[in-house]
Design a protein around this ligand. Structure first.
Ligand code: NAD
Ligand code: TYD
Length: 358
């Protein structure tokens, strides 16, 4: 048997492909467009591995996806491919609509036609697993209970709106056509291979480069952080035992304000790679203009996946963040490679107009 992963050259997708092949020998086809966020070096360790096939292409390219499905006959599609960065969605929402909405629609159509043509035995085992985010639920008041799967869908950014739209399509393809789908809504991930446009890797690479550590607004926005390999194990569990048509929230029970995350990274770097001038990395923290429409708080209630599927995260935040910081210290060549011209253009565009305090 084989699985088709989309977006497997990105942060979570690449961790998932590596994690999958560490746990079993079932081959993986990785379909990835290789946008700025896709990086084939994330999967360098699989060079020569006969269990792994990479195909460059768009999930919205129906002819290509039809061809791949016919050639490899996967028993599951796991859809990671997306535009994923909120700040980029504010600067330019078009790509988010194209990939997250139109792309998911075309992938669903390809999956539906493929699945409908299968013999009963293959039809029964086929799964379409859609990887989504807690951001579709919108923002929470400070004292509100964490998001359950029944929470209202109230996306606030172009990114989260496009993901919510894709979640709705996935649901409808199950309800209308019977496509055997599963949806996961996960909280913020962190870990190795995270592109340094997102908070945690940006803080690590900026700290080491002696640059400002930009904290949006008052830094008291709360996110619920999960180590990426825990997200991967949850997806494997949902794929194996999730109930068809259901959504599962995935989270680490680990809510923290952004400023605390930044301070924790600074303290770890002070221990592991102290600055040569004897000062702490916290002196580099700079409060900058807030993100427009910035969601104040996300928090995941992960009791359903624990109760029904017996899944729990293995890492605490303390163990996960230490591993993450250590990984960036151990991989300066990866960091240098991703900080290409395109990355520098983004950083200039995003942070130049945020100069000064909030
Ligand atoms: P990422 O931006 O690091 O990677 C996305 C990958 O998708 C890249 O390799 C890119 O080349 C590829 N891609 C983009 N458009 C494509 C297209 N049209 N066709 C094929 N490939 C395409 O994203 P990530 O952080 O790894 O997130 C993966 C998925 O998980 C996304 O669906 C995201 O919404 C979801 N998610 C992310 C987080 C998080 O904290 N990063 C949390 C919850 C859910
Ligand atoms: P991010 O990693 O972009 O994930 P998301 O917006 O999907 O939650 O941001 C995490 C939090 O960190 C979010 O509240 C925005 C904030 N943030 C900063 O304060 N400074 C930064 O430079 C970045 C990229 C994010």
């Amino acid at each position: 048997m084989t699985i088709l992963v989309t977006g497997g050259a990105g942060f979570i997708g690449a961790n998932f492909v590596l994690d999958w092949l560490e746990h079993c020998d079932e081959p993986v086809i990785n379909l990835d467009k290789l946008t700025y966020a896709g990086n084939l070096h994330n999967l360098d360790s699989l060079q020569g591995d006969v269990r792994y096939i990479f195909v460059q292409g768009d999930i919205g390219d129906r002819a290509l996806v039809d061809k791949l499905l016919a050639a490899h006959q996967p028993r599951a599609i796991i859809n990671f491919a997306a535009e994923s960065h909120v700040d980029r969605s504010i600067h330019g929402p078009e790509d988010f609509i194209q990939t997250n909405v139109v792309g998911t629609f075309r992938l669903l159509e390809a999956a539906r036609h493929y699945w409908q043509a299968q013999a009963d035995a293959s039809k029964n085992i086929f799964r379409f697993l859609h990887v989504s985010t807690d951001e579709v639920y919108g923002t929470l008041a400070h004292d509100a209970p964490a998001f359950t799967e029944d929470h209202k869908i109230e996306p606030n950014s172009p990114y989260s709106a496009s993901k919510a739209a894709s979640d709705h399509l996935v649901r409808a393809w199950h309800h209308t056509y019977g496509l055997p789908v599963l949806t996961t809504n996960c909280s913020n991930n962190y870990g190795p291979l995270h592109f340094p446009e997102k908070l945690i890797p940006l803080i690590i690479v900026n700290a080491l480069a002696g640059k400002n550590l930009p904290v949006y607004g008052d830094g008291m926005q709360i996110r619920d952080w999960l180590y990426v390999r825990d997200h991967c194990s949850a997806i494997r569990r949902v794929l194996d035992t999730g109930r068809l048509g259901e959504t599962y929230n995935i989270g680490g029970w680990n809510e923290k304000p952004n400023i605390e995350i930044v301070q924790t990274v600074c303290r770890l770097l002070d221990q592991l790679r102290p600055r040569t001038d004897g000062q702490g990395y916290e002196t580099q923290i700079t409060y900058v203009k807030d993100r427009p429409g910035h969601d104040r708080r996300y928090a995941i209630d992960a009791r359903k996946i624990e109760r029904e599927l017996g899944w729990k995260p293995a890492e605490t935040f303390d163990t996960g963040i230490r591993k993450t910081v250590q990984w960036y210290l151990d991989h300066p060549e990866w960091v240098a490679q991703v900080q290409s011209g395109a990355y520098r253009d983004w950083v200039a565009k995003q942070y130049e107009d945020k100069s000064g305090t909030a």
